[in-house]
Design a protein around this ligand. Structure first.
Ligand code: ADP
Ligand code: MG
Length: 276
């Protein structure tokens, strides 16, 4: 049994204390599940002057279809680097990443672009919408890129905007929308090509608590009702508590994995020392 205090997070005036009751057993968890992403011994080194930064230092991880996995860890522990590897936005210095059985290192630029567009949905802290396009055009873009006829892309784009309750805003550009609305457009866009996996890197990091809650309710619905596989980097208590698995990272390594059902999550008020 391990007790992991987890530090103060943004505007939440509490910290989360997690107590794990059971060690994670991958063999029993994997039973009757299909692997979507398989990561083997990846390393990502960066050089900073004469120094080598080991952003990822030997990570092994499987993600399973339909699961909702949360990744946590202090700033600089390698979470975003890991997401960039899974998403094919960057490649490892050593090791391999397989998406639906495809070794990403074997793909040429065009194949990789195709895989990224078809298999992976991205939701970033900064939304990353195209600011010159309307909400609908943003959502249509990955479909057009994947070769869908614009008429069909428009119909599906409206359906996705309606899923995130923004169909009336289809004409609006990002500057005419709130942060929560922009993130909902980004989520609709991420679903454009029915991805095998949704990568969410601090999706509520730029949102206030109430809006953040709406975003994780939406992600939760997508996972539970539409069976979308989600890996989410968050410290948000509400998001953690509905996940299937929790993955902790420290210093470029996976520290610990636990089934959320085996973790007692406790919110504690911040003490004086937490503000330092
Ligand atoms: P997290 O998302 O957990 O905060 P990151 O994955 O962003 O952590 O970073 C992990 C480590 O790698 C940090 O020490 C960071 O400074 C370093 N790092 C990330 N990207 C680069 C880069 N492009 N060049 C050099 N160092 C980097
Ligand atoms: Mg990060």
């Amino acid at each position: 049994m391990g007790r992991l205090p987890y530090g103060a997070h943004g505007s939440d005036a509490y910290r989360i204390i997690q107590t794990i009751f059971m060690e994670f057993n991958e063999t029993s968890y994997a039973e009757n599940k299909e692997v979507v992403v398989s990561i083997h011994e990846i390393q990502r080194l960066y050089s900073r002057g004469t120094e080598t930064v080991r952003a990822l230092d030997g990570v092994d991880l499987n993600l399973y279809r339909g699961e909702y996995a949360c990744v946590m860890g202090p700033s600089g522990s390698g979470k975003t680097t890991l997401f960039n590897m899974i998403g094919g936005l960057d490649s490892p210095t050593a090791g391999r990443v397989f998406i639906d059985g495809v070794d990403m290192a074997q793909l040429n630029a065009k194949e990789l672009a195709f895989l990224r567009c078809r298999k992976i949905g991205y939701v970033f802290q900064q939304f990353n919408l195209n600011t010159t396009m309307t909400a609908l055009e943003n959502v249509m873009l990955p479909m057009i890129f994947a070769g869908m006829h614009p008429d069909n892309a428009r119909v599906r784009g409206m359906a996705l905007l309606s899923k995130v309750q923004l169909e009336e805003r289809w004409r609006h550009r990002p500057k005419e929308m709130s942060g929560g609305q922009m993130q909902r457009v980004a989520i609709a866009r991420s679903l454009a090509n029915n991805p095998a996996l949704l990568l969410c890197d601090e999706p509520t990091g730029n949102l206030d608590l109430k809006t953040g809650k709406e975003i994780h309710n939406l992600l939760y619905d997508l996972n539970k009702n539409d069976k979308v596989t989600i890996i989410c980097n968050t410290h948000d208590h509400n998001m953690l508590s509905v996940s299937d698995r929790m993955i902790w990272m420290t210093d470029g390594k996976i520290d610990r994995i636990a089934l959320t059902a085996d973790v007692h999550i406790e919110k504690a008020s911040l003490g004086e020392e937490d503000y330092e």
